[in-house]
Design a protein. Structure first.
Lengths: 209, 133
């Protein structure tokens, strides 16, 4: 009988632990003092992806408002890339197929070669990958803005000590961002196992929101 | 009787010898395929959606097997049809490959991906490679 109690207690502990599992919030954070209910309290300010304004494959302007309250995955590619991009896209298709039609989840693929990857080309690229361009969008814009977004918004947010500007742009990462534009995870988009983990983490994040 | 044994032995050796060479070529071709081709065409030859054509059981590959060395050497531009899909993305030329490298990739690809393996004579492979446009 005692054994049953112990087992029950253990189950309770395990249950409590797994329920609490939350994804980390990546990036620098700052403590700020705020007046809440007339009391000075310390609040944590998390790093977020900066505001942006880009065009999608239909020429529509996409900003931070588009992703407001939504979980999204960002990645960087270029259409003529013969190296890691096709492998990443193969993996991205897996994730996209799993969450297709889920209105709380978006996919933003940014071109890092905006001179070559025109809006018309991105449209064709999207269609060929099986996206109608609403949930999985292909974005272009000013080169400087895209690189800055990549380095400071997504990768540097997660890796503040990066001494390699631009180096991460080609690293093939899938960046998981929550509804408050906080980076919650970075996964190697060329590695099937890491992409499996991404999907598990997306489910965790969905429950959190 | 002795001569018959000798003949048998000779046959056995010649056979395993050519198979050995073949295996060596195929494994070398597989290594090169992994480095130069699999990023786009994938290890299993499945390609990428409707962007990059598959090699696995591709009718285009079967019909154009003889042109494969030149396609690897020079790349491929323009629209092609594979199965019921058409593909337009240009394939870049694969540089820094020796004639034997290209040959081994061809041997591997034509063994692995068509419905029935395709064998192309060495002479054809080498000639085609030499005469690529």
């Amino acid at each position: 009988m005692k054994f049953v109690y112990v087992a029950f207690a253990m189950l309770l502990v395990v249950g409590a632990c797994s329920e609490k599992k939350k994804l980390p919030i990546l990036g620098n954070r700052a403590a700020v003092e705020r007046l809440i209910d007339c009391k000075l309290q310390i609040d944590t300010l998390y790093a977020t992806v900066a505001d942006f304004s880009l065009s999608n494959q239909d020429g529509k302007t996409i900003t931070q408002e588009t992703v407001k309250g939504k979980i999204y995955i960002a990645d960087f590619f270029f259409a003529s890339c013969p190296t890691i991009c096709p492998i990443m896209k193969k993996q991205m298709i897996r994730v996209f197929e799993k969450y297709k039609g889920d209105t709380g989840i978006l996919f933003l693929s940014h071109t890092i070669d905006p001179e070559h990857d025109t809006i018309a080309l991105l449209k064709d690229y999207a269609t060929r990958l099986g996206s109608d361009g609403t949930q999985w969008m292909f974005l272009t814009g000013e080169r400087e803005q895209i690189y800055e977004l990549a380095e400071k918004g997504y990768y540097a947010t997660a890796m503040p000590d990066s001494l390699e500007p631009g180096g991460y742009v080609h690293s093939g990462g899938f960046i998981l961002v929550d509804g408050q534009r906080r980076v919650r995870g970075i996964y190697n988009g060329t590695d099937e196992k890491e992409v499996d983990q991404l999907m598990l983490d997306m489910d965790l994040l969905k429950n959190e929101q | 009787m002795r001569s018959l044994t000798f003949l048998c032995l000779l046959f056995l050796f010649s056979c395993s010898d050519s198979e050995l060479v073949d295996l060596k070529n195929i494994s070398h071709g597989a290594e090169l395929y992994k480095n130069y081709c699999s990023n786009c065409h994938q290890m299993d030859g499945s390609g990428l959606a409707q962007l990059i054509p598959p090699l696995y059981q591709s009718d285009y590959l079967t019909e154009n097997a003889g042109a494969l060395p030149c396609i690897i050497k020079n790349g491929l531009k323009g629209k092609i049809r594979v199965g019921s899909n058409s593909y337009t993305l240009a394939m870049p030329a694969v540089r820094n490959l020796s004639r034997d490298d290209v040959k081994d990739i061809c041997v591997y690809v034509l063994q692995k991906f068509p419905k029935t393996p395709i064998v192309i004579a060495d002479s054809v492979l080498k000639n085609t490679h030499k005469n690529c446009p």
